[in-house]
Design a protein around this ligand. Structure first.
Ligand code: CO
Length: 220
């Protein structure tokens, strides 16, 4: 870990480099933000959302929490989505999970870490719902990978179920929800081929993706 003053020196260098390339960059940023994307991802330190997809400050609104969860009662996440849609008018929401997620693993292993266990209960619900699908995987690692994928799929659906997103669709605002998953060992994101832009698409996504008993139709 660098000393704190080294971090500040690195920050000055970063700002100087950006300013050298584009002298008005920070001045322009200070006036307004106009992102087209909202990112909902895991807090994992090994992921740098904005820079890893070639974006600059100002181009993506970001919300992160342990295991990229969208709880219906999480005022923090809901407020971010509402602000992003109603004030910033973002067109795309990307829910991004990752393989090897510590939060997903803790839920899968039923480990005890304290307060955070309550936050992760949501993943155990995903696990119980899709037990059959997960059990079809040959070994522990593959089962954990599958749960990481299923968690993204469920959180994408949760975003679509929020009143703020459904209100936006009702207003005729274009909003698409996507699901991505990141493999830390490669540094690469994979699009899970989810794109939901209406209530009808959300319903179709649910019926296309899951059978009535909760197992998966499609193999992601
Ligand atoms: Co994680």
């Amino acid at each position: 870990m660098q000393k704190i003053n080294e971090l500040l020196a690195a920050n000055r260098q970063w700002a100087e480099e950006l300013t050298a390339e584009d002298p008005q960059f920070f001045e322009r940023l200070s006036e307004a933000q106009d992102p087209e994307l909202l990112w909902i991802g895991c807090s994992d330190s090994r992921i740098s959302p904005t820079s890893s997809i070639g974006l600059l400050p100002g181009e993506m609104f970001v919300h992160r929490n342990v295991a990229n969860l969208v709880h219906y009662s999480d005022m923090n996440c809901l407020a971010v989505i509402q602000f992003a849609l109603e004030v910033l008018k973002v067109r795309h929401i990307i829910v991004c999970g990752h393989y090897g997620c510590g939060g997903v693993k803790a839920a899968f292993d039923d480990s005890r870490f304290g307060l955070v266990d309550n936050w992760l209960r949501n993943i155990q619900d995903v696990m119980h719902k899709h037990r059959e699908t997960i059990d079809k995987e040959p070994d522990y690692d593959a089962q954990l990978d599958k749960l990481c994928e299923l968690n993204v799929i469920e959180q994408v659906a949760n975003v679509g179920e929020t009143t703020v997103v459904q209100d936006a669709w009702d207003r005729g605002q274009e909003v698409f929800i996507h699901g991505w998953i990141y493999r830390i060992a490669e540094g690469i994101y994979r699009d899970m081929n989810i794109s939901i832009g209406s209530l009808e698409q959300l319903d179709a996504f649910r019926s296309k993706t899951f059978t009535k008993d909760g197992s998966l139709h499609a193999h992601y």
